[in-house]
Design a protein around this ligand. Structure first.
Ligand code: ADP
Length: 181
C-alpha cells in the first residue's frame, strides 16, 4: 500500500501528559521488569496508583519490542499497554525493528481488547536515546499501516511532552502524509 493511501487522518498529535488522556488505552514506555521506572513510566504508575504495580508484578516482565496489557486503575484510560522500547546504540543494532515491534504489538493488543482509541508516548525517545525524528517517522508509519488493517481502532494519538517534541512529530507527519510513493 502506498503511503498516500494510509489513513493519516486517524492519527492525532497533541502536546500533553499521557496520564490525562481519556482513551481506551495508553501506551507506556516501560522497562523489561514492568515494575515501574522513571520518565513516562513513573508518571503513569503515580497516576494509576498501586493497583497497577500489583497487576504488573505477576506478568513476569516483557521483552524489548513486545508489549503487555493491564487495566488503567485510577487513570482515565481503561487500559495501559506496557511496551519496552530499545535502548539506542547508533541504529544498527536492530533498534528500528524492535521499535516497530513495540508499535505493532501495542496496536494488536488494543484491537484484541476492543479499544477504539489509543494514545502513545514517544517510546524510546527519553532516556533510551532514540533520535526523535527517526523514531517519529517509524512510529507514525507503523501506526498508519496498523490503522489501515484495524478499522475498529478509530484514532491513534501521539501525546508529546513539550513543544519541541510536538514540533518534531508535526514536521515528520506533514512529510509522511504528503509523500507520494
Ligand atoms: P524511554 O525509556 O523509552 O526513552 P522515557 O520515559 O524516558 O522512555 O521517555 C519517553 C518519552 O516520554 C520522552 O519523550 C519523554 O519526554 C516523554 N514523557 C515523559 N513524561 C511524559 C508524560 N507524562 N506524558 C507523555 N510523555 C511523557
Amino acid at each position: 500500500m502506498s503511503a498516500t493511501n494510509l489513513p493519516w487522518g486517524r492519527i492525532e498529535l497533541v502536546e500533553g501528559d499521557i496520564t490525562k488522556q481519556e482513551v481506551d488505552a495508553i501506551v507506556n514506555a516501560a522497562n523489561t521488569s514492568l515494575l515501574g521506572g522513571g520518565g513516562v513510566d513513573g508518571a503513569i504508575h503515580r497516576a494509576a496508583g498501586p493497583g497497577l504495580l500489583a497487576e504488573c508484578r505477576p506478568l513476569g516482565g516483557c521483552d524489548v519490542g513486545s508489549a503487555k496489557i493491564t487495566g488503567g486503575h485510577n487513570l482515565p484510560a481503561k487500559h495501559v499497554i506496557h511496551t519496552v522500547g530499545p535502548v539506542y546504540h547508533g541504529g544498527d543494532k536492530g533498534e528500528p525493528d524492535l521499535l516497530a515491534g513495540c508499535y505493532r504489538t501495542a496496536m494488536q493488543l488494543a484491537d484484541e481488547n476492543g479499544c477504539r482509541s489509543i494514545a502513545f508516548s514517544a517510546i524510546s525517545c527519553g532516556v533510551y536515546g532514540y533520535p526523535m525524528a527517526d523514531a517519529a517517522r517509524l512510529a507514525m508509519t507503523v501506526v498508519a499501516e496498523e490503522l489501515a488493517k484495524r478499522p475498529k481502532i478509530e484514532v491513534a494519538r501521539f501525546v508529546l511532552f513539550g513543544r519541541d517534541a510536538l514540533q518534531v512529530f508535526t514536521d515528520v507527519y506533514r512529510d509522511l502524509a504528503a509523500s507520494r510513493s
